[in-house]
Design a protein around this ligand. Structure first.
Ligand code: PNS
Length: 170
């Protein structure tokens, strides 16, 4: 039974992430989507940890053998605790690879498993959580880039304060 961990911030999960999990499941019996606190980005998240977990779970509910969990500290430690045979990362471009190779080497030095890179499907190669938040934050249409549940959460989160119902009213 091979288990892989697919780590990320998932703020929020996109259709690009869903694509990588779907592909990873063709290679591994179980895939754990590991949502990291990411201390470096603390305070700069749009969604809190609980909501990121909830959105990821709802977006992946149609896939068997997939679990969403928190990576509370070092990824290499988490992989060892879970007995993971691989870390999975998605690549959209050479720029992604340049950023990912040092992390793969470091994770290996820290006692973690090998990292397996999966190429994003063409349609998802331009999707990133940051771009999704930027476009949605400026009122752009991201319906083709994120699962429906995330679309609804973005609309809620980014709705202009004036358009929100006053607190305390149903
Ligand atoms: O979606 P992101 O923000 O690109 O994901 C980055 C993530 C979460 C994969 C990375 O920050 C991570 O692995 N964090 C866990 C802490 C850790 O092990 N850091 C060292 C990684 S070499």
């Amino acid at each position: 039974m091979t288990l892989a961990v697919y780590p990320g911030t998932f703020d929020p999960i996109t259709l690009g992430h869903v694509d990588v999990v779907t592909r990873a499941r063709t290679l591994f019996d179980r895939v754990v989507v590991g949502v990291a606190h990411n201390a470096a980005k603390r305070g700069r998240h749009l969604f809190g940890l609980d909501e990121r977990l909830e959105l990821a779970r709802a977006s992946l509910a149609h896939l068997s053998g997939v679990e969403v969990d928190v990576v509370p500290g070092l990824l290499a430690d988490y992989c060892r605790e879970r007995g993971a045979g691989a870390i999975v990362k998605g690549l959209r471009s050479g720029t992604d690879l340049d950023a990912e190779v040092p992390m793969a080497l470091l994770n290996r030095d820290l006692g973690g498993p090998e990292t397996v890179f999966l190429a994003a499907a063409g349609a998802h190669a331009r999707v990133s959580s940051s771009l999704v938040k930027d476009v949605a934050g400026h009122g752009g249409d991201v319906s083709g880039l994120v699962p429906d549940v995330v679309l609804a959460a973005l609309e809620r989160e980014l709705a202009p304060a004036a358009a929100r119902p006053p607190a305390g009213r149903p």
